[in-house]
Design a protein around this ligand. Structure first.
Ligand SMILES: [Zn+2]
Length: 357
């Protein structure tokens, strides 16, 4: 009887564990989004920010394989392959060996895959998940990797790296022979139902959030989810708010506010989907902080200890070494609590999905 009880408890425990494996995973990266970038957004949104809907929060250490401050290539690659690497490297380890990325693991496990970004698809973060090259600047080689990546839906910019190349190749034509539908405007993508598509809507990067990008990120993200969810085995997707970083490099507070509002709106739409679906894990994080944004007081009165309101200030035009927040919601979200390495995000996803590399 006692033995039966133990077996029963073990079964119950393994069943509980099995239930925690999410069917779908959506990894959302706010490039250059530090703790204070999120603080600013939450304060500006005055109780309406979707960041406040997350149930589990952790922190990651983002330094690169040399122990220095990371760039977006090494930062994105740590998430994608589960190893820290050198700055500038995409999809390769510190010895410049190509390593299997999460998109490839997901494909091996019959999952649908997708990437949606507001920069060129060849840029560092999306390239970390779709290419294996020693230098992020090798846009033409990265574009060639992308059309061979077999990722189902690829949405962003960067047309010129596919069609106006030094080698004269037209990678859109080549992509079509590999089964891709190619769209160069959002309207035709939003009204189509392709299984496999490359959607490139800008020659290089998309416009900034406060300069006519409109609802591109939330709409393209939700359209892509709608298509990916047809796969009965589930999907893995990476979404990037790519231009938070650039606004921060420029120490432009208004542009950061616009980019963060856009990213927040996208998070809201994704969380609405995850909430309804019940079987989707949403992880929001960043590769590194940019700008060293802080919110000091407008005035300091040492006698009365009154500080007034805050202003937005920056401590640098570059990247910073600070810890980065991780927000998680859905089955397995508790796994993302605590303080750990950026490369552990990969291993946590692998464990949750029971994917042997
Ligand atoms: Zn940057």
């Amino acid at each position: 009887m006692k033995r039966l009880l133990i077996v029963g408890l073990m079964l119950a425990a393994s069943f509980a564990n099995a239930q925690k494996s999410p069917k779908n995973i959506i990894l959302m990266i706010g490039d250059g989004m530090g703790y204070n970038t999120v603080s600013l957004r939450i304060l500006e949104a005055n109780g309406t920010s979707n960041f406040e809907r997350f149930t589990h929060i952790g922190s990651i250490k983002t330094y690169n394989s040399d122990g220095g401050i990371t760039d977006s290539a090494a930062g994105g690659t740590a998430f994608a392959i589960g190893e820290k690497t050198k700055d500038g490297v995409v999809g390769m380890d510190a010895n410049l060996q190509p390593k299997t990325n999460l998109m490839e693991v997901a494909q091996k496990n019959k999952q649908a895959t997708g990437i949606v970004v507001t920069c060129a698809l060849t840029h560092a973060t999306p390239a970390s998940f779709s290419a294996h090259q020693p230098k992020r600047k090798m846009a033409e080689e990265i574009a060639n990797d992308i059309i061979n990546s077999n990722i189902d839906l690829l949405v962003g910019g960067g047309i010129k790296h596919f069609t106006k190349r030094k080698d004269g190749r037209n990678l859109f034509d080549e992509a079509k022979t590999k089964g891709y539908n190619v769209f160069t405007d959002t309207t035709s993508y939003f009204s189509a139902t392709p299984q496999k598509a490359m959607v490139l809507v800008a020659d290089e990067h998309l416009k900034a959030a406060d300069k006519e990008r409109g609802n591109f990120l939330p709409r393209a993200t939700m359209k892509t989810i709608e298509l990916l969810r047809d796969n009965k085995k589930g999907f893995f997707m990476m979404v990037e708010g790519s231009q938070i970083d650039w606004a921060a490099h420029g120490n432009d507070a208004n542009q950061i506010k616009a980019e963060m509002a856009d990213f927040d709106k996208t998070i809201g739409a994704v969380l609405d989907f995850a909430q309804k679906d019940g079987n989707t894990l949403v992880i929001v994080l960043a590769d590194h902080d940019t700008g060293g944004l802080t919110l000091p007081p407008t005035e300091v009165n040492n006698l009365s200890e009154e500080y007034g309101s805050y202003v937005v200030k920056f401590s640098t035009g570059a990247h910073c070494g600070t810890l980065i927040p991780v927000f998680a919601y859905g089955p397995g979200a508790e796994k993302f609590q605590g303080i750990y390495q950026n490369s552990d995000v990969f291993h946590k996803i692998m464990q949750l999905k029971k994917w042997g590399k």
